[in-house]
Design a protein around this ligand. Sequence first.
Ligand code: 4GX
Length: 251
Amino acid sequence: MKFDVLTLFPEYFEVLKQSIIGRAIKNGLIEVNITNIRDFSKDKHSKVDDAPYGGGAGMVLMPNVVYDAYKALDGNDNPRVIYLSPQGKQLNQNKVIELSKEKHLILLCGHYEGIDQRVLDEIVDEEISIGDYVLTGGELPAMVLIDSVSRYVEGVLSDDSSKEESFSEGLLEYPQYTRPEEFLSKKVPEVLISGNHSNINKWRRKEAIRNTFLKRPDLLKKIELSEEDKKALKEIENECQNWFWPLIFRN
Ligand code: 4GX
């Protein structure tokens, strides 16, 4: 899968050379090409922005430079052009999976007060936001998108953990433990040491449901629970109803 990024700050994307995404790039599983929009300025001082028509604070990226940078990319494979902006539809795991099926994405990163509307209307297929807060530019959102989408590209995750984990099933994860068996007087849950894999799976499923019930009850409403899941949820609700009795009967 290929990502083309149009940005004024190419240095940001050095971060993608790290860890799992860095390895995926090295292995040729994903390709990330960064284009500096400034390279397409025809101005002798490499000017890329100007004051907004109508007045007001800040600067606006000029349409011709953005358009020329876009035109210089290979568009033969019908790439999808995404503009990262708080005005877009919010990114979620379903959108991430949908995007991971594309061959080529072009990510346009805005800065300053934004980009001239005419070039956006001309080239952008879709506006995506990573959440309701304001950043200084679209670079971090572009990296969030590249990271989350790349995880679904075949071979990027060494095992098949992307299929197992949080959100793919609509539940949060169960808690994890590793050595030592005792830490600050806290023991690893007995069942995990038992070696009984049927019991371990049941316990993990219940704890995933508990985490979701306690931390993200909104997610629990969106998914279909099996009869066994519903039983586990009832037990959790009862456990929650009873937790304060030891406090009341203290002394
Ligand atoms: N999720 N930003 C885009 C440039 C800009 C300024 C004004 C339109 C109007 C963001 C987000 C985000 C900051 C990226 C402003 N665009 N992008 N940038 N949240 O905050 O995606």
